[in-house]
Design a protein around this ligand. Structure first.
Ligand code: TMP
Length: 218
């Protein structure tokens, strides 16, 4: 059992197909004796879930949206993520700050320098001894915007973000590619166009290669 915890995030444009893999990966970690905290952003605490309802349904300017995303993140980090990591949990989080760079930064064109400053402020935590909290691993489910749009068109009633045009998601995907290029040590790109089983194998492999999961799961 790890003592320092493990922070794994899941990213990708809407329709990339990450959700079911998060649940399966949680089961894989539990099967190897880990305690798993499964959570999401925006959300994960009562306050952040309230902010999620507003963020996904109300129109607002990009700065307001960015500040609310980071406010939700700060609460989530302080109330859930840091305490879980301190107890040695594996924290599996559906989206984190890479989503803010991709959606608010690349998608909505918000200033990336301001985002970097907010990232420093919000992810500053005593546990990191001067550094900021970042995921140990980010699984990026990469699919072309057209593929994701086709998947979403068959889904439930879209929220504010899901209702955005394909061109928006092409920019968001570009944002993820940029973050992946900037932080290759923690990013793993998964080919989300592959069949579900093949995508799962890629996700599992990424965890095994880093020593997070034992070989017998693969
Ligand atoms: P979900 O549907 O994957 O739970 O994500 C909620 C939506 O919020 C999704 O469309 C992406 C968006 N989002 C942002 O725009 N910025 C962020 O920082 C986060 C965490 C999510």
């Amino acid at each position: 059992m790890r003592h320092t915890g493990l922070f794994i995030t899941f990213e990708g444009i809407d329709g990339a197909g990450k959700s079911s893999h998060i649940v399966t990966l949680a089961e894989a970690f539990r099967a190897q004796g880990h305690t798993v905290t499964l959570t999401r952003e925006p959300g994960g605490t009562p306050l952040a879930e309230t902010l999620r309802g507003i963020l996904l349904n109300e129109a607002m300017d990009p700065l307001t949206e960015t500040l609310l995303m980071f406010a939700a993140r700060r609460d989530h980090l302080c109330q859930v993520i840091e305490p879980a990591l301190a107890q040695g949990h594996v924290v599996l989080c559906d989206r984190f700050t890479d989503a803010t760079f991709a959606y608010q930064g690349y998608g909505r064109g918000f200033d990336l320098t301001v985002l970097k400053t907010l990232e420093q402020w919000v992810q500053h935590t005593a546990a990191m001894d001067g550094a900021i909290r970042q995921p140990d691993l980010t699984l990026w489910f990469d699919v072309p915007a057209a593929v994701a749009a086709a998947r979403l068109s068959q889904a439930r009633v879209p929220d504010k973000f899901e209702a955005m045009p394909e061109a928006f998601f092409a920019r968001v995907a570009q944002g993820y590619a940029q973050r992946c290029q900037e932080m290759p040590h923690r990013f793993v790109r998964l080919d989300g166009t592959q069949p579900m089983e093949a995508v799962w194998r890629q996700a599992l492999q990424a965890c095994v290669e880093r020593g997070f999961l034992a070989e017998q799961m693969a």
